[in-house]
Design a protein around this ligand. Structure first.
Ligand code: DHB
Ligand code: FE
Length: 311
């Protein structure tokens, strides 16, 4: 259809009406956002001549996405999570705020309430038969470069099938498997024993996967480990490290890879290293120090509140 009606008074009045802008009640912010997004959608329908069939396929798709609980999975795949990071980085640059360790996306699979340990934790319960032992450790530094004792390092990652506890379709993992909160010791150090995770893929055949395929894209992430790091006087850091050598390190469907977040993974096979960590066989070691940024005018100006699972 080549007839253009979007810019007519009739359609523009209708958009204001449908967004509640002509009503007293309701929430002004919601009205403003709905008006803008609805207007952009109406315009796209006209500009791209989106057919009724295409539109209703989209409505059915959104229902599927919700039914499967995948809206939070599609979001990083479409780059929105990364875009919010870009915006925060730009805001920091404008304010002259330096980030020691780069932030990167949270992802949709965090669960609040993991067991808390002092200085060291073992994350896995030993049940993953394919597991290759991982020792990861480092120091949390404050914005002044000094180690931060008592900082909280929340860590979560997938098993060797790429599944996270609480979201594991096989039902194999116990609650909080490979999820802990580690409080740094008097020298600001954290350490954990776990197993090297495998890469993650969106649920095969699910709505996220289907759309990505329509875009000619895949839905896989390189193996990675998530962190929230919090300490007095500092902004909460949301970040991840990638497992060095994973073929998808620079082809992450969620766009979370960043320079500075691919620490070397060293395979240790010598008896002295094995003994030093109280292990019985070869293991992989990652050393990763974390530097937090200071509060801005006394507040964490970039704290993200989002609905999160708690168990
Ligand atoms: C998704 C999964 C992850 O494990 C992650 O870290 C980021 C995104 C996802 O399914 O979209
Ligand atoms: Fe993840």
């Amino acid at each position: 259809m080549s007839t253009k009606i979007f810019n007519t008074a009739e359609v523009q009045d209708f958009l204001r009406l449908a967004s509640g802008l002509t009503q007293e009640g309701g929430d002004a912010r919601t009205k403003a956002i709905v008006h803008r997004i609805l207007s952009d959608l109406f315009k796209a329908i006209e500009d791209l001549d989106i057919s009724s069939d295409e539109y209703w396929a989209g409505v059915a798709y959104i229902n599927q996405l919700g039914t499967r609980g995948e809206a939070g999975l599609l979001s990083p795949g479409l780059g929105l999570d990364r875009y919010y990071d870009m915006r925060m980085d730009a805001e920091d640059a404008a304010l002259g705020v330096e980030n020691g360790t780069p932030r990167t996306i949270e992802g949709p699979l965090y669960v609040a309430g993991a067991p808390v340990a002092q200085g060291f934790a073992r994350l896995d319960d030993g049940s993953d038969q394919q597991g290759h032992t991982l020792i990861m450790h480092g120091t949390v530094f404050g914005a002044d470069g000094q180690p931060l004792p008592g900082a909280s390092v929340e860590v979560w990652h997938a098993n060797t099938k790429g599944f996270y506890s609480h979201f594991d379709p096989t039902g194999e993992q116990k609650p909080f498997n490979m999820r802990r909160t580690i409080v740094t010791d008097a020298q600001g150090r954290y350490k954990f024993q776990s197993i090297v995770p495998a890469g993650y893929g969106v649920p095969p055949g699910g709505p996220t996967h289907v759309l990505l395929q329509r875009l000619g894209r895949h839905g896989n992430r390189p193996a990675h480990i998530h962190f929230f790091v919090t300490a007095e006087g500092h902004r909460k850091l949301t970040t991840q490290i990638n497992i060095d050598g994973d073929p998808l390190v620079h082809d992450d469907f969620a766009y979370a890879t960043r320079e500075g977040l691919i620490p070397p993974l060293v395979e240790r096979t010598d008896a002295a290293s094995i003994q030093a960590h109280g292990l019985t066989g070869p293991f992989a070691e990652i050393h990763f120090d974390i530097t937090l940024s200071a509060l801005v005018d006394g507040v964490d100006n970039q704290l993200v509140n989002r609905p999160r699972l708690a168990a």
